[in-house]
Design a protein around this ligand. Structure first.
Ligand code: NAD
Length: 502
């Protein structure tokens, strides 16, 4: 059986005491078979990674930013050269279709491109003559050894959000990827070393809760970036902060797509289908809730959705015609099915039922057909919770204000989209809605790499977003220097008063 090992100091590593080694299964979601096993680290392996990272970081931080940027340029080129291999490997463990897996790699690559501009991004501020003979400047310095903990659903994009900026800023990075699809993160670290990154600057340590706890507690790890479900995000945020670390922890989501009567319906239906069912709904920026405003809008939209959903093709990840593939695990499939049943028990109307779907030749794969539920109400648990599957819920609203209120009051505040031709309504919406990322006729408003990504409420714990300038701020600390040079003039008197600019 293929074994996925840790990647420390530029090499594949296993636990030093093999008798104590633990392993987790890595499934092939299309067949339901175990295709590999991943080592689950104990704290001693983390210590080994931190020790290597600490040594490597000193020299890496002393490497001038332009040279660090050159490594990023080479890393970008290697990811591009290996795109097909990375996408196929990713799809085999995650289950998403290969075309979508390429998008996963590409969105991460775009943050590597952003990190190529690091010399410019790290420039500080300078004030000449802040006082008599006094200049003040600030500079951004790396934190040291930092860590990232990532979810299963974007095994290339999210590690690259974190690693590329952390490393370009002069830190050494320890990645703890999801144990469900751990191969691509290791491959990315290997490519970074191939690109010229010194060994020890990018390490991958696999594991479960035990190693997440050890990361939060480790005194030599200065910052923790986390992306995953909200309860764990909150837990990691609290635990890392209690250990004195900087932490940014992104959580779950339940994004609403609000449709006004004047929307371009054809485009809107196409957008909602892709955003609700793409990647089997396993995206934190998916649109699992659609809110038509007005009964007529609801009836027309529902009819069009039913018509178009019937044309969706569920298939294996290598099927170029498939719109989406299996979900990640048998356990997750069962959880989604339970939520569909709960929605029915709570009184919503099951318009299309994706349960019981099987794909010929892949009967043990974790496939689900598309589900559509109507007359869902805000009191229902199936509406309040994140389902994270190919399930679209229609919640009807009578006014735009009601629709904005729905999205604003939801416990999650990751993304939201409005479909309309009315600029005034769109402006009001963008200004008032209490959600971190807003799309106007854009179903999945993931900001580009040079802006930052982050949700509100239970979708994000901590005050700094991922990538963009917030990424640079997160992985650096500013030093403020106030300087005066001897000018040969008379000695200023002793002063026991706090210096001011008066
Ligand atoms: P998850 O919370 O189960 O796992 C995330 C990470 O936490 C993994 O590395 C996992 O090993 C670790 N982990 C799991 N249980 C733990 C525990 N009890 N203690 C400590 N660590 C633990 O999330 P997932 O199922 O891998 O990913 C899906 C979730 O991630 C969804 O909720 C989705 O919305 C969210 N997500 C959010 C964003 C965002 O940017 N807001 C992006 C992608 C995914």
């Amino acid at each position: 059986m293929r074994r996925i090992r840790h990647f420390i100091d530029g090499a594949a590593v296993s636990a030093q005491n093999s008798a104590q080694a633990r392993f987790g299964p890595v499934y092939a979601p299309t067949t339901g078979e175990v295709q590999a096993e991943v080592e689950l680290a104990e704290p001693a392996t983390l210590d080994q990674a931190v020790a290597a990272a600490k040594i490597a970081q000193r020299e890496w931080a002393a490497t001038n930013p332009q040279r660090r940027a050159r490594v990023m340029f080479a890393f970008k080129a290697l990811i591009e050269d290996n795109m097909q291999e990375l996408a196929e490997l990713l799809a085999s463990e995650h289950g998403k279709v290969v075309s979508d897996a390429k998008g996963d790699v590409q969105r991460g690559l775009e943050v590597v491109e952003f990190a190529c501009g690091i010399p410019h991004l790290l420039k500080g501020e300078y004030t000449q003559g802040a006082g008599p003979g006094i200049d003040v400047y600030s500079l951004r310095q790396p934190l040291g050894v930092v860590a990232g903990i990532t979810p299963f659903n974007f095994p290339a994009m999210i590690p690259l959000w974190m690693a590329s900026i952390a490393i370009a800023c002069g830190n050494a990075f320890i990645l703890k990827p999801s144990e469900r699809d751990p191969s691509v993160p290791v491959r990315l670290a290997e490519l970074a070393i191939e690109a010229g990154l010194p060994a020890g600057v990018f390490n991958v340590v696999h594991g479960d809760k035990a190693i997440v706890d050890a990361i939060c507690d480790h005194p030599e790890i200065k910052a923790v970036s986390f992306v995953g479900s909200s309860d764990i995000a909150n837990y990691v945020y609290q635990r890392a902060a209690a250990a004195g670390k900087r932490a940014q922890c992104m959580g779950g989501a339940k994004n609403h797509g609000i449709v006004l009567a004047d929307a371009d319906l054809d485009q809107c239906v196409a957008d909602i289908l892709g955003a609700a069912y793409g990647s089997a709904g396993e995206r934190c920026m998916a649109l699992p809730v659609v809110v038509p405003v007005g009964e007529q809008t609801a009836e027309t939209l529902r009819a069009r959705l039913v018509e178009e959903i019937a044309k969706l093709k569920v298939g294996v990840s290598s099927d170029e015609e498939a719109h989406y593939g299996p979900v990640v695990s048998a356990q997750h499939k069962a959880r989604i099915e339970d939520y569909i049943q709960l929605a029915v028990d709570e009184g919503s109307e099951l318009v299309l039922d994706g349960r019981g779907f099987t794909l010929q030749g892949y009967e043990n794969g974790y496939f689900l057909g598309p589900t559509l539920l109507d007359h869902v109400t805000p009191q229902m648990k199936s509406y309040q919770d994140e389902i994270f599957g190919p399930v679209l819920q229609i919640v009807r609203a009578q006014t735009l204000a009601q629709a904005i209120d729905l999205a604003s009051r939801h416990q999650y505040g990751n993304g939201v989209a409005l479909f309309t031709r009315n600029g005034d309504a769109a402006r009001t919406f963008a200004s008032e809605v209490e959600v971190g990322m807003v799309g106007i006729n854009v179903p999945i408003p993931v900001p580009v790499a040079y802006h930052s990504f982050g949700g509100w409420k239970r979708s994000g714990f901590g005050d700094m977003d991922q990538y963009g300038m917030d990424g640079v701020r997160f992985y650096t600390r500013t030093k403020k220097v106030t300087q005066r040079w001897p000018s040969g003039g008379s000695v200023t008197d002793q002063s026991f008063v706090i210096p001011t600019m008066a």
